[in-house]
Structure formats: C-alpha cells, structure tokens
Design a protein around this ligand. Structure first.
Ligand SMILES: Cc1cc2nc3c(=O)[nH]c(=O)nc-3n(C[C@H](O)[C@H](O)[C@H](O)COP(=O)(O)OP(=O)(O)OC[C@H]3O[C@@H](n4cnc5c(N)ncnc54)[C@H](O)[C@@H]3O)c2cc1C
Ligand code: FES
Length: 353
C-alpha cells in the first residue's frame, strides 16, 4: 500500500496495491477531473512533486514528452511505486464532495428501447444498493468474457428513488462494447456497473442563465443535469441546443415537451445538420450560436458529445464571451488502449520539484 499526499492541502489518501492514483483519490471522495480513464484525453493531468510512479501506457497527445519531463502524469493510469506520492492539486478541488464509487454492482436490464437508428436506451435496476451519483456523472460497464472492455456511459437522468439507471448508447459499427450492448445484451440479463465517476457536475449554487449543447447521446448527461436543476426549481433560463443529423435522430421529444410545459424557463432547440425541415433550425451548433445569442459572458455553459463537437462548441461560446471557468465539458473520448507503449513508461519525480 502507498500513501498519496495532496499538495498544498496536505490531505493524505491510502492507495492499495494495484490501484491507480485516480481510483484511490475517488475512493476517498475527492473530485479529481477525469474523462476517458484510459490515458487518452489528458483531463486527469497533475504535477507529481515527489515519489515514483508507473505511468502505464498513455497517448502522447494526452501527455507530451515535455510534460513528462516537467513531472506531470495522468492519474487515471498512474500507479505509485514509492511509499509516498505527493501530487499538486488546487486547494479548491481538494475538498471531499463526490460519492466514493463502487465496483461491479449487479443490475438487471429492465428495458431496452430503441430511441433512434443508432441510439438505444438501456434501463438497469440494482439488486443491491443504488448507485449514488451526482447528475452529469457516468458509470462503466462491459463484459471481458464477451469481448466487451469496460467503457464509460453517462447516466441519462436525475437520481431516482428506485435506483434505476438510464443509459443512452450509440452503436459504433466497429466498436466492441457498444455493439455488445446493442446486439447481445437483452432485457432480463444481469450486468455489472461500476461508478459513479466524473466531474461533469453542476454547481447547485450557480445563479446564472444556463446554455447546454449536446449532440447524439451527448444528450444523456445534459438531460441528467437539466432534470435535476428543474426538479429543484432552478429559477434562471435554461436553453438546450441539440444537434442531430436528421429528424429521426432527435429523441426524447416527449420528455422535452413535458419539461418545457412544466418549466417555462426551459427551452429545447433541436437543429438538423444533414436535412432541412420546415419550422426547424438546420446547421451545426457552432455556426448557429451567434444567431441565437449575442453575449454569453454571464452564462454557465455545459457541452457534451464527441471531442470534436465539444471543442468546436466551446470555441464558438468563447467567441461570444463565455468565460473558461464557466464552461463545463464532457467529451466522449474513445477508450481503447494504444497498442505500442511509449519509450519512457516509468515516471519519476524527484523530491521537492
Ligand atoms: C466520460 C464519457 C462518457 C461517455 N458517455 C457515453 C454515453 O452516454 N453514450 C455513448 O454512446 N457513449 C459514451 N461514451 C463513449 C463510450 O465510452 C465508448 O467510447 C463508445 O461506446 C465506443 O466504445 P466501443 O467499445 O463500442 O468502441 P471501441 O472498441 O472503443 O472502438 C471505437 C472506435 O475506435 C476504433 N478502434 C478500435 N480499436 C482501435 C485502436 N486500437 N486504434 C484506433 N482505433 C480503434 C473502432 O473501429 C471504433 O470505430 C462516453 C465516453 C466517455 C469518456
Ligand atoms: S487521460 Fe486520464 S482521464 Fe483521460
């Protein structure tokens, strides 16, 4: 077992043999930003001030050679080698606030509903205690024996008393786990979920207008955040721009109509990128944004979807004045491991750096 010390707060965490730093930090209830959990996105990058760790196999674009040389590491893949690892972490972040995730919680598939030609909604009921999560977080699931590695899926709704978990899964024609879910997993099957993970969560104390942007199954975490905010009587306007290729890719329209009818401050605005329909917007969200808003400087912005979608929406929002610290993003990074390990897999930080 190793000890992880958070600098400058001085908080200490135990890291069991074989655990990554991220897993240990989360188990202790700390909110270290993360996304792909596979060394591909760079979200969990922190500076290691002291101690040695095995960085594992990560992508160069997520952790450059210069960053390695400066002592940075990706905590989702890093495993301590020394008795103590000191990691640099802002005091604001180093506050316990997440529910410690649990692994392999048995659930039964209670429903499998085709929402669009590529997106299917799965509903899972827990056999044990419900997954505790903040709206916007994700769970991981897969089945190694079926050739489906663990992948992340955002929970598509606010927490429910019966613990039901909803996921919206896009089928990737050549993907391992999404195909397993779409083609093999059936109603009545049991699956194991782990979680909840992630820091794409809303701050309940925010009192600004909110703009949400989602594409495809990126709607899932946005829906979770929106539902939770509206349920607790959020008073500010919430606009949800949703990007779909064609009209048949727009889903959950009934729920959107209900939410709009119940909350006059909520507005659902779909746009089609590959067809035109009377009375509907068409075009990509980043191109449409200036026609919908003149100034986003006072807005809290949430964006979810593919990494490319997230990056282009973020840039467009910033051009309209949105502030970095008020933009929250969830890019659906792919999680397969790189096949060849980089040369310097082992990272060492010298004392006091
Ligand atoms: C935080 C987070 C939340 C997410 N939430 C959702 C969600 O709510 N809904 C959802 O549908 N998805 C979500 N995703 C994406 C999801 O986790 C998976 O990445 C997605 O389902 C694809 O997984 P897969 O196993 O089916 O495909 P993979 O097997 O990972 O393959 C994906 C693509 O990469 C290609 N590929 C496979 N192996 C390699 C390789 N070695 N090198 C290069 N290319 C390769 C495949 O041909 C395929 O096109 C989320 C991702 C993250 C990080
Ligand atoms: S690189 Fe660690 S969470 Fe993506």
């Amino acid at each position: 077992m190793s000890r992880i010390k958070l600098h400058p707060s001085g908080h200490e965490i135990e890291c069991q043999q074989g655990d990554t730093v991220l897993a240990a930090v989360e188990r202790s209830g700390y909110a270290l930003p993360n996304n792909c959990r596979a060394g591909a996105c760079g979200e969990c990058k922190v500076k290691v001030l002291q101690g040695e760790f095995d960085q594992g196999i990560v992508l160069d674009m997520a952790l450059s050679q210069e960053e390695r040389a400066q002592g940075f590491g990706l905590m989702c893949m890093a495993k301590p080698l020394s008795d103590e690892l000191v990691i640099e972490w802002g005091t604001d972040d180093a506050k316990p606030k997440l529910f410690p995730p649990r692994e392999n919680m048995l659930h039964i598939v209670t429903d499998k509903i085709r929402r669009t030609p590529r997106i299917t909604e799965f509903r899972f009921r827990p056999l044990g205690n419900p997954v505790r999560y903040w709206p916007g977080q994700y769970v991981m699931l897969g089945d190694a024996t079926a050739g489906a590695p663990q992948r992340s899926y955002s929970i598509a709704g606010a927490p429910r008393p019966d613990g039901e978990i909803l996921l919206h899964v896009t089928r990737d024609a050549t993907g391992a786990t999404s195909r397993w879910l779409h083609d093999q997993v059936q109603v009545g099957d049991s699956v194991k979920l782990s979680g909840a993970y992630g820091t794409f969560i809303g701050d309940p104390s925010v009192e600004t207008p909110v703009l949400c942007m989602a594409a495809g199954s990126g709607l899932a975490p946005i829906l979770s955040l929106t539902e939770a905010a509206l349920r607790r009587g959020f008073k500010q306007p919430v606009k949800l721009l949703f990007s779909a290729c064609t009209a048949e890719d727009i889903y959950n329209q009934g729920l959107m109509t209900f939410l709009q009818a119940k909350n006059r401050r909520f507005k659902f605005i779909p746009t089609l990128t590959r067809e035109k329909r009377d009375g509907m917007l068409s075009g990509r969200i980043p191109d449409l944004l200036p026609t919908q808003f003149t100034d986003l400087s006072g807005y809290t912005v949430f964006i979810a979807g593919t990494p490319e979608f997230v990056a282009s929406c973020k840039q467009a929002a910033k051009l309209l004045g949105a502030k970095d610290e008020m933009i929250h993003t969830e890019g659906y990074f792919q999680q397969q491991q790189p096949e060849t390990p980089p040369a310097n897999r082992l990272a060492t930080a010298s004392a006091g750096r």
